[in-house]
Design a binder for this molecule. Structure first.
Ligand code: NDP
Length: 283
């Protein structure tokens, strides 16, 4: 029987635990708060931000919205971040990507105080992750590791193949898997014979943004599949980067889309904010 790695169930469990931790913080007069900076009116970004707000409100986490116009200058955005960095009532800062062209996203990411970097994208936090001394982890890879752990899937000594090398998914999940003693292969659009490599995977992580890119013939029976992709098919239905109907029957375990990695990403964001707030009471 194929095991479904259900991110909705685990994220619900995590959110219930967070509610208790937030109540404890409130008893210590600490109101955990996340600042969400949204520049412009990108449709997908607005949806992501709305979902983050909803999830935060549900666990009792305060969010502060900073909506800036598409034409905002880099200087003005950096000034806002500098202000949030020193505001002790703000525990986490999230700048929704992508940013408009006039703004250097790398510079903005590096301007966030690493101790408030809930997304784990600051170069210092990325460096710590690669040195196997993680401080703040990128939410999607962190959520994947938690989902695997919840299902007692031990990655040590396994061959993990990752399709995609983005800064937010492919690269950091490679570091986390390596830290957990997996043998890691990272593939991307320039990889030769990519499908020969995916067929060798004990654990296959797919983050390409290509709908149903991985088919039955690309995996070996018994593989554990983590599908990060979120794509719309011709009918508008949300589908992953893996052809679930074809691949699920031969996999030992697989994440569904929706309801797999997505809910875990948001749960990790909330958890990281609470963790940062707990530092204020020595937690
Ligand atoms: P990016 O576009 O930043 O990166 C995609 C990666 O896939 C690149 O490394 C690219 O290679 C590689 N790739 C693209 N096409 C191919 C191909 N034909 N063969 C091999 N490799 C290929 O995407 P993200 O990592 O940001 O996101 C990936 C997917 O995951 C998207 O669908 C996104 O919506 C989803 N996502 C979901 C999240 C969640 O919470 N569920 C969170 C973040 C993302 P190259 O580097 O050579 O260009």
């Amino acid at each position: 029987m194929t095991e479904i790695l259900d991110g909705r169930i685990l994220s619900y469990k995590i959110r219930q635990q967070l509610k208790q931790r937030i109540t404890r913080l409130q008893e210590h007069k600490v109101i955990p708060a996340l600042a969400v900076v949204l520049v412009g009116s990108d449709n997908a970004s607005q949806i992501y931000v709305r979902n983050k707000h909803r999830a935060a409100a549900e666990v009792g986490l305060t969010t502060h919205d900073f909506k800036l116009p598409e034409t905002v200058t880099e200087e003005a955005l950096l000034a806002l971040i500098a202000k949030l960095n020193v505001d002790s009532s703000i525990h986490g800062i999230l700048v929704q990507l992508p940013l408009p062209r006039q703004i250097n996203a790398a510079k903005v990411t590096a301007a966030i105080d690493p101790a408030k970097d809930v997304d784990g994208f600051h170069p210092l936090n990325i460096g710590q992750l690669f040195l196997n001394n993680p401080q703040s982890l990128p939410c999607t890879p962190h959520g994947i590791m938690r989902l695997l752990a919840e299902h007692q899937i031990d990655v040590a000594r396994k061959h993990a193949v990752i399709v995609g090398r983005s800064n937010i998914v492919g690269r950091p999940i490679a570091a986390l898997l390596l830290n957990a003693d997996a043998t890691v292969t990272i593939t991307h659009s320039k990889t030769v014979n990519l499908r020969e490599l995916t067929r060798q995977a004990d654990i296959l992580i797919v983050a390409t943004g290509r709908a149903e890119f991985i088919k039955r013939a690309d995996v070996k029976p018994g593989v554990v599949v983590v599908d990060v992709g979120m794509n719309r098919d011709a009918t508008g239905k949300l589908v992953g980067d893996v052809d679930f109907t074809e691949v699920a029957p031969v996999a030992a375990a697989i994440t569904p889309v929706p309801g797999g990695v997505g809910p875990m990403t948001i749960a990790m964001l909330l958890e990281q904010t609470v963790k940062f707030a707990e530092r204020q009471i020595g937690g």
